[in-house]
Design a protein around this ligand. Sequence first.
Ligand code: SF4
Ligand code: SF4
Length: 137
Amino acid sequence: MGHALVTDPARCTGCLQCELACSLKHEGVFAPWLARVVVHREPETCRAFPNVCRHCDDPPCVRACPVGALKPSPATGAVYVDVVECIGCRECLEACPNGSISFDPDKGVALKCDLCNGEPACAKVCPSEAITMERCG
Ligand code: SF4
Ligand code: SF4
């Protein structure tokens, strides 16, 4: 049985704590531009929409990677980026239908949600439960 992050835009206040928690967990700094979760904001309506990886079955990002740098975690089954193998070609960014992969221009590698080994930081800090982890499959 796998896990996936589920978002509820109706609950999102746009506080961006999820982005901060994600970058702190993965990069050790508060740097939203390095977060694996991205909150899109709609200025006209003041609404916010958290976007996270859907952890697809048969993921297009995995199929697109020419060097096999996207792999399922043995612990959770969630696909993660092996940054040693990633060559920074951005094919996975193009392939993801959800726009869920971003890029670290300094390291030249793709950035993707790995479910934090089963304890996602974004879901943990979200004060309004706009991001939750659920079992699936
Ligand atoms: S922490 Fe929750 S409420 Fe805040 S921006 Fe992220 S998803 Fe929205
Ligand atoms: S990054 Fe995109 S294509 Fe890959 S598993 Fe997540 S949602 Fe699917």
